[in-house]
Design a protein around this ligand. Sequence first.
Ligand code: IVH
Length: 688
Amino acid sequence: MDKTDPLASPSDRAAYEALAREILEHDRRYYVDNAPIVTDPEYDRLRKRLERTEAEHPDWVVPWSPTQRVGHEPLSAFRKVVREVPMLSLDNTYSEGDLREWHDRVLRGLGPGVLPTYVVEPKIDGIGIELVYEKGVFTLGATRGDGRVGEDVTQNLKTIQVLPLHLPEPIDVTVRGEVYMERAVFVAINREREAAGEEAYMNPRNLTGGTLKQLDPRLVARRPLKLFLYEVVGEVHARTHWEALGWMRRLGFPVWKDIVHAATIDDVLAAIHRWGKRRAELPFDIDGIVIKVDSFAQRAELGFTARWPRWAIAYKFPASQATTRVLGLEVNVGRTGAVTPVALLEPVELAGTTVARASLHNWDLVATKDVRIGDSVVVEKAGEIIPQVVSVLHERRPPDAVPLEPPRVCPSCGAELVRHPGEVALYCPRDQYGCQGQLEEAITFFAARGNMNIEGLGPKLVAQLVAHGLVQDVADLYRLTVDDLVKLERMAKKSATNIIQAIERSREAPLDRLIAALGIQLIGHVAAQAVAERFGSLEAMLGLAPEALREALLEVPGFAAERASAVAEYFAQPRHREMLGRLRERGVDPRVLQREAASGPLVGKSFVVTGTLSVPRPEMQRRIEAAGGKFQSAVTKATSYVVAGADVGAAKLEKAKKLGVPVIDEAGLGAMIEGRAGEGEGGGEGGG
Ligand code: IVH
């Protein structure tokens, strides 16, 4: 390789593969060891060189290349994988006494005079998976499933940055471990979902499972999953588990760094206590500790039951669950109009806080679980979310328990509730202009942290503002005065001034936060950011007719028909337009600095690329954008050209024809980029 020109492409295949391996090695040092040995710009240069080489020699691209972590095409279903060595479960204990009994069983199993040592690992609360490497290349990744039959989720697992795609040695090896999601990521994704009016996931484990089952790996790549490996399957060149873990680490597998080697059962217990205390500091959930016999010879001696190995056991931490009684039912209307049940509880201690309310999620769940007033229930706290009712202790039900009936009318405005087909929630048919409850929620949401960040403007104050007729929508917040506020209950001049100042400051909120704060269906922070970047101002959006706005929204990254329509419909409503107008008049009109206008022969033209081309799609996109053109994923009326490669789908061509969009071939595009062809020329126009 030519070291003097970092952008020079490798001249042969072997050099290309060496470059790919070098980048994977840097990825491992960065993601697994947290100890990179190159600077970011150096790394970026290597990456660029690889991408260029791959664009020039598409036939060289290896499936384990670092560019191949995100596969391009969604699957239609997961293939079943039948494994020879089933993935077993673990026996559980919840007490020190039980753990000592297990140790005694191990001692008896090994016979007199043999003393086991143990390896103590965290029991990560994620999804069990198995990874198969052939000649050092990652070829198959499957979920545990029922232990024997799992699902092939190779494409999705490849998106996990710490998963080695290529090992430093050309060996055949199968390893097992746990895919999980960090709590912070879980909380962020749930916030996003809730903001978009979607149902939140129960815990990081469910979200991990749901993510692995996504058929589109591009969606998986947007939800950063993590991985720890803890077992090697089959033949290992090690005598002990401890050695095997070291060997796995050397191969670049992510292995938990603080695994403990314990010489006695007392050492095991000491490690468990230490972990129990540190549990909350970990960025991910562990539901216990796994204790494993270290020696493989001793493991073979002990063997398995039908369900789990006799040489390992899980010590489970007491869950953050408690039992209490349901005292009543509260019915709330949210800002989207969804009417949800909340159980009022006899206050109970749960993971350090007193809990008096718990979510029942939806009315179907109330019916399935058959929760009644007077029932004893088990409540649980998951992550940062409010506690939930997990189960009902039916055997303790008092004879006078009262069933919880779903309400027929909105608790706030009294309108008769409706049910949307295919949804479990009950909805108030009005919106914030007809239902005070929804209005209060909408304003509270607007002011919340992460949205407009108006400190001090919480639900109680909002309720008063609405009740006094001071605020009828969020734009009214911006004409409130200190005098308005001091007339309210328990509002001193000082706090009134603070709140008015906080409202003043929120005028500076960036456009994406303002858009997110409006609470448009399906638009959370990520989507709002994309919209803000695309349009740059409210003015730009209000200036487009509804259909034009919808079309433009379809070009926003991550926007399919549903999202585009949700935003377009919001902006089409006269009431919203009028309110946004008042917001702007009152100085809430943030702008995004637009990127410099593109230049080049393709400026003002947009392209949809379809079929097989001589270079990968991302490269095609790069070329089009470098020439000032716009790269689109779907053909619309606004598309200037469809660039058709080999074996192009009939549907796309049909659509182009219907919309009157000219179809050109790759050579035609090349000519336009080089400025050799004018408008409408190129290869073979029209359908075809
Ligand atoms: S060993 C035959 N080690 O817990 C050995 N499992 O409840 C079984 N798990 O199916 C696996 N952390 O998905 C092992 N350090 C760890 C683990 C672990 C989490 C999961 C695994 C297993 C489940 C059993």
